[in-house]
Design a binder for this molecule. Structure first.
Ligand code: SF4
Length: 269
């Protein structure tokens, strides 16, 4: 696949977050070269990075300069890094925007919550450890099986992600695992769920789990490149039981992401 990376300049770095758990969203990139087939970010992205999902990315080259100015002007809060892109996708190796943003934010009294599907996060263990009181790192693992490649063609192999969780946790960084989206007939069986729960238990990570949530563009993209996906409430009720039973067996702390979000939303209103 031909990948195109464009440098763009921005006027703002932090955006208000639509998610109740974050005060701000910080997205150093527009689009994502991991190109996951189910990615809901497609529905929140405009222009070429959305139209050619997984092959075009915009790099906000002046992000750190803008962020340094902004942190002195806005109330410190919790920053989701990132909410509609992966903060450790390939261009981060060169641009180091995520690395720089963590230092600026944590140094200015913000909390930073990172979520990624890349092992590159381990590169920044020094920064993450230095700011461990203000930082948590979530790694998304839908399954540890090789079939992850079908839906996450350019993301790191799940073993590399598991290794990243182990290394960060061993270094004292607060880690969590996102088991999601859980997709009917793809990763909803105990054989997929159990190894992820086991990893959460081993590393002392909280595990958030969630189902696939329909979105127009993501639905169409999945249907075209994989197959149509339809999740019913009765299917989800069964999957939840499976997840909770496995978590109870391992003594892992597992949280239904949707329920948690609803509770956070209620608390904030
Ligand atoms: S890594 Fe995240 S943001 Fe990137 S394509 Fe996959 S789901 Fe979307």
């Amino acid at each position: 696949m031909c990948v195109r990376v464009y440098e763009v300049r921005v006027k703002r770095a932090l955006a208000p977050s639509g998610l109740p758990e974050y005060d701000y969203a910080l997205n150093p990139y527009v689009g994502c070269l991991h190109g996951c087939l189910y990615c809901y970010a497609m529905d929140y992205t405009r222009g070429p990075p959305a139209a050619a999902w997984g092959s075009v990315v915009y790099v906000k080259v002046n992000l750190l300069e803008v962020l340094r100015r902004e942190v002195g002007r806005v109330r410190p809060g919790v920053v989701g890094l990132s909410t509609v892109t992966d903060p450790y996708q390939p261009p981060e190796a060169k641009y180091k925007l995520t690395r720089g943003a963590v230092s600026i934010l944590a140094g200015a009294g913000f909390r930073v919550s990172i979520q990624t599907k890349s092992g590159m996060v381990v590169r920044d263990v020094d920064v993450l450890v230095a700011h461990r009181e203000a930082v948590d790192v979530g790694v998304t693992i839908t399954t540890l099986a090789d079939k992850a490649r079908i839906l996450e063609p350019m993301a790191a192999h799940p073993y590399a992600r598991a290794q990243a969780v182990r290394k960060l946790a061993a270094a004292g960084v607060k880690t969590w695992i996102f088991l999601g989206p859980i997709i009917p007939g793809f990763n909803d069986g105990a054989e997929d769920i159990e190894p992820v729960v086991k990893l959460a238990h081993e590393t002392g990570s909280e595990l958030y789990y969630d189902r696939y949530r329909p979105k127009p563009r993501a639905d169409a993209y999945l249907a075209a490149k994989y197959r149509p996906v339809a999740a019913t409430p009765s299917w989800w009720a069964e999957v939840k039981k499976t997840v909770e039973a496995i978590c109870a067996r391992y003594g892992a702390r597992c949280i239904d992401a949707e329920e948690e979000r609803r509770a956070a939303f209620k608390a904030s209103t």
